[in-house]
Ligand binder design. Sequence first.
Ligand code: FSO
Ligand code: SF4
Length: 542
Amino acid sequence: MFCYQCQETAGCSGCTVKGVCGKTPEVARIQDLLVYANKGISEVTTRLRAEGKTISKEVNHMITLNLFTTITNANFDFDVFVDRVIRTLDVKKDLIAQLDDKSGLSEVALWDERDTSKFDEKARQVGVLATEDEDIRSLRELTIYGLKGLSAYSKHANMLDYDSEEVDAFLQEALYKTTLDLSVDELISLVLATGEAGVKGMALLDSANTGTFGNPEITEVNLGVRNNPAILISGHDLSDLKELLEQTKGTGVDVYTHSEMLPANYYPEFKKYDNLVGNYGNAWWLQKEEFESFNGPILMTTNCIVPPKDSYKDRIYTTGSAGYPGCKHIPGEAGSTKDFSEIIEHAKKCAAPTQLEEGTLVGGFAHNQVLSLADKIVEAVNTGAIKKFVVMAGCDGRQKGRNYYTDFAKALPKDAVIMTAGCAKYKYNKLNLGDINGIPRVLDAGQCNDSYSLAVIAMKLQEVFGLEDINDLPLVFNIAWYEQKAVIVLLSLLFLGVKNIHLGPTLPAFLSPNVAKVLVENFGIAGIGTVEDDIELFFGEG
Ligand code: FSO
Ligand code: SF4
C-alpha cells in the first residue's frame, strides 16, 4: 500500500505497511481501485456531456459517494469497496453503450474486470505511485484530494435535495483529467480550478443547510447530560440528524451531538427538538474514551471514525459514506428515508450517558449572524478594541504537536479575535478566552465546510472597509489541516485570492518540493513555527 493523503501519514511521507488511521493494506488498495474505476466512469460521463447528453442524478451521486468513501477515517469496510467497484463498472458499461462515438476511450475507461480475485493485483498497478514523476504525482493527488473534499460537501447538499450539475460536471471532468498526460502548468490550472469549484460546492451546501434548517444564530450549547438513555450522533450530515430527531421524538430517547455535529445546535430548525440535549465530548480523535462513557449507541454519519474498541463496538452504527467492518450500516440514499428504529431500540436498553463536562459553549457565528453584528464589529475595529482577526479553522488530530494551537490561542494578544470552523476549534473553544465589547474572542462559524462562511464574512468586511484587496484586512490565517476536506477549503481560499496562509502542524507530504515552492512563491503559503515566533510574526510591530 501507499497512502499519503492525510496529515498523520507515517513519517510525514507515506503509510506503506498499515495506515496510522488504522486502514489495512487491503482496504488502502481497494480504495485506490475504486478511485481508478471512478476516473474511468468520469471519462465516460465527460464524453457523454460533450455529446450533449444528460447524466442522471443517480450517476452523479454514485461518483460523488465513491470518492467520499475513500476520505481518511470514513470507511474501513473492504466489502463495501468491492461492491462499489462492481457497481461502478456496471453503470459505466451502460453509459459506454450510450456513447455515439466510442473511439479513443482510454484503458481506464475500458477496464472491466469482473473477477474480484484479480482486483488486488490491478489495485497494485494503479495506486498513487503509478505516476512516476513526483511533481506530476503531487499535482494530480492535490487535485484528487481536493475533489474528495468537494465530494463530501456535495454529498451533504445532495442529501438535502440540492444538486449542482456544474459542480458534478467539474468534479468528473477534473478526475478524468488526472489520468491525462498534462503538463505541470496545466495541472496547476486544474488545481486552481478545483478551488473555484470548491467555492461553488461550499456555497451550494451553505444554501442547502440554511435553506433547510435556517440561518445559524448565537447559541449556548449545553455540555452536560440528562438522565435518559441517549444516542450520540457524529460526523457532518445534518439530514441524518434531522431524521434521527424526528424518529426519536416522544420515545424517551435523547440525542447528543459529537465533534463536527456540534454546530447543528446553532440552527433554528434543530432547536425545535427538546430531546436534542447538547454536545457530548470533544474532537473525533478522543472517541475511544468518550464513546466508552457515553453508554448508548453512536451513529457515525461521516468521518472521522477511530477503529473502535471491542468494549463499545456493538454500539457503533454507520450510515452514508461511513463504514466499519462488524458495525451495523443503516442504508439510505438521497430522497429516501433512513430507518433508525434499531438504534432507538438499542438506546432504550442502555444506561444514560456518564457526564464528562458541565456548562455551555457559545457558537453560531456563521455569515448571516456575523453580518448582523457588522456595525458592532466595524466599530470595535475602528476604535482599536479589535486589532486583528485570526482564522484558525480546520481540523483537530491526535498528534502532540497540535497542542501548538491551544498554546497559540492562549498566547494571542487580548485584542485579537479567533474565527473558526471545523473540528480544529476543540483545541481552544473551552479556554474561556472572554469577549471584546460583547463580541466573543472565539467566533465559531460551524463545521469545516462552514469555512465558506468565514470567506463570506471576510469579503463583506473588505467591502465595508472599502479595501481593494482581501489581504489588506486585519486578518491572518493560521489553519490546521488533517484530511481531504481541509484540502478543498485551502484550494478555495487560494482561489479567492487569500495569501500568506500558515498551514500546520506539518505541510502535506503530497506536496513535492517543487509544488510546495510554487505555493510558497505564488501564495505565500507557509508552515508554522514556535508559538512565540508566530505571535511575533503575526502581531509584532514590524
Ligand atoms: Fe474534522 Fe474529521 Fe470536518 Fe475532517 S471530524 S477532520 S477536515 O473529518 O471534516 O473537521
Ligand atoms: Fe496513512 Fe492518512 Fe492514508 Fe490513513 S489516510 S493510510 S493515516 S496517509
